[in-house]
Design a protein around this ligand. Structure first.
Ligand SMILES: [Zn+2]
Length: 279
């Protein structure tokens, strides 16, 4: 585990005078399933890895925790997949703070969106909320090019899209918020070319909306199962490592995010997860 205090130093100045506005716990791509490992994916171990994250999050005391998608992995039947979801959700819901869920393609492999959301007790797949002057947006890119929502094994993982109605909502939401500090959570990536495999296929359109607002500081995403960071026209895009990858606690990955009153955003990465600090 990396120490949190070192990240609170930038250029030798401490943030003593800058107040912490919001504290967030982040996990992604747990892919929990009661299945034997396949390749580098150790489906059952995500539960223990989540126990370790819970210890750290309990000390950190976040306002909320975001799960950035692919909480579960595929099953052959709706009943089995619901069982995977109930098991991992019971543990996830015991983490400190409010919980927010981003839909990943694997969350709705066999399930429908409403079946998934009912178990995690979340009303919508995309929405926004405010915390202490910071505005947060949860996006849902689990739609085919023709606008059909992912469900019951109908999707191609390379065909992720944000349909027009959600784009319109996103633009109106960014226009109406008074906050100049907006943070977006998504599963599929918004920082790649539209033709790349892990991208939201209309990511360039999404970026033009968020850049047009001038308010979006950072986007956090999963899906690629690796550390990555791009800064595009003033917005930071951070891809977080997958909790499911590799056996043992040392291969886990999770992070805490803190937004400060002077605009500093700090991500403290644990295990395989990188950390970042931006003024
Ligand atoms: Zn995944």
């Amino acid at each position: 585990m990396q120490g949190g205090s070192a990240l609170l130093l930038v250029g030798g100045n401490s943030f003593a005078e800058s107040k912490s506005l919001v504290r967030v716990g982040l996990v992604t791509d747990l892919h929990h399933a009661d299945k034997d490992p396949r390749g580098s994916r150790h489906y059952r171990e995500s539960l223990e890895k989540l126990d370790e994250a819970k210890k750290l999050f309990t000390e950190f005391d976040p306002d909320f925790v975001v799960e950035l998608g692919d909480l579960i992995d595929a099953a052959e039947t709706v009943e089995t997949e619901l069982g995977y979801l109930e098991t991992v959700h019971e543990k996830f819901v015991s983490l400190p703070g409010e919980k927010h869920y981003v839909l990943g393609n694997h969350c709705v492999d066999t399930l429908t969106k409403s079946e998934f959301l009912k178990v995690v007790r979340q009303e919508k797949s995309y929405y926004s909320f405010d915390k202490n002057g910071v505005h947060f947006v949860i996006l849902d890119s689990c739609f085919l090019s023709d606008g059909t929502p992912y469900r019951r094994k109908n999707f191609k993982w390379t065909d992720a899209n944000i349909p027009q109605a959600e784009l319109d909502w996103f633009k109106a939401d960014l226009d109406s918020t008074e906050s100049e500090q907006v943070i977006v959570f998504a599963h599929q990536r918004l920082d790649l070319e539209d033709s790349e495999s892990h991208t939201v296929k209309n990511a360039s359109k999404v970026r033009s909306i968020l850049e047009g607002s001038g308010k979006v500081r950072a986007v956090f995403q999963g899906h690629s199962h690796k550390n990555d960071h791009h800064e595009i026209n003033g917005t930071h895009y951070v891809t977080l490592v997958a909790m499911v990858e590799g056996s043992g606690a040392e291969n886990s990955g999770y992070s805490t995010l803190e937004v400060f009153s002077d605009g500093t955003i700090s991500i403290d990465g644990h295990r395989k997860q990188n950390g970042y600090t931006w003024k």
